[in-house]
Design a binder for this molecule. Structure first.
Ligand SMILES: [Zn+2]
Length: 280
């Protein structure tokens, strides 16, 4: 049974809700760490022979084309994460379509094939933006991984396993992240917060339970979580904590996870996967 590993390929200053402190116009002047941080992540993947899907931000692809080509040459899947880390529910449908087309063209030019998968920044396809699924299907995407079964950023009633959505413009697979039920609601166990804050045996047990039912667990990480703590100018302590709190253990925790379970990309996982579509 294979599980699913995904990486949102972006820089540290692409974290959400800091736009007033680190506006887009300043990004080119900030100290970028995405290339160095990615190298640490690559060595973890290589050691374990794991496959992953890299959701590439257009801004990063344009700035570091060699990084994208390298990931492609490593045999990893290149998918798309938006251009400037736009939250989808803040976009007009036509603007979203333009963001998609710009990314498809950029990625195709870099690696010779169009991306078939999309992840919205901060899981921002939710009740306010389900219209985006129709546009994704129309623009040729095969799957999306942007709807979290979590409160606030998504909706706890969303499916917790991969499902096929039927939209007016075609079918689209939806791949949700691993979550854990707690007395306070569901917790994003599949992200770096899971590895940084939860006891590892709890995560391991949850993945084993899912795999016994022939369901995959989907994990999602960012390069900045593996490059070590860095000095980040201009952020309040709460955001510094969000970036680097508990980060000393994320590399060793991921190494354990990759040793205990087998991981593949979303595209590989979906190959041969069959399921009847569910209307939205
Ligand atoms: Zn992101």
């Amino acid at each position: 049974m294979e599980n699913i590993l995904t990486i949102d390929l972006e820089d540290w200053f692409h974290i959400c809700e800091v736009e007033h402190l680190l506006p887009r116009r300043n990004w080119d002047r900030l100290p970028s760490t995405v290339v160095a941080d990615s190298e640490k992540l690559f060595s973890l993947l290589e050691q374990s022979g794991s496959q992953a899907t890299f959701f590439v931000l257009g801004y990063v692809a344009e700035k570091y084309p060699e990084l994208i080509r390298l990931i492609h040459q490593m045999g990893q899947e290149i998918a798309y994460h938006g251009w400037d880390h736009e939250l989808i529910y803040n976009l007009a449908p036509d603007d979203f379509r333009q963001v998609l087309r710009r990314g498809i063209e950029c990625i195709e030019n870099l690696v010779g094939r169009k991306p078939v998968g999309f992840r919205a920044p901060q899981w921002s396809i939710n009740d306010r933006s389900v219209w985006a699924l129709e546009i994704l299907a129309e623009e040729g995407f095969v799957y999306d991984s942007s709807m979290a079964p979590l409160r606030i950023i998504g909706n706890e009633s969303y499916p917790r396993n991969p499902w096929k959505v039927s939209t007016a413009t075609g079918h689209l697979w939806e791949l949700p992240p691993l979550t854990l039920k707690t007395p306070f609601g569901r917790y994003p166990a599949g992200g770096s917060w899971g590895l940084r804050c939860l006891p590892y045996p709890l995560i391991k047990q949850r993945v084993q339970k899912l795999n016994e039912r022939r369901k995959p667990a989907l994990f999602y990480f960012h390069p900045r979580e593996f490059g070590g703590k860095r000095s980040v100018p201009g952020l309040p302590p709460s955001k510094k904590f969000a970036l680097y709190g508990g980060i000393w253990r994320s590399g060793s925790q991921l190494a354990r996870l990759l040793a205990d379970f087998s991981f593949t990309s979303i595209e590989n996982y979906l190959d041969g996967e069959k399921s009847p579509p569910t209307p939205l």
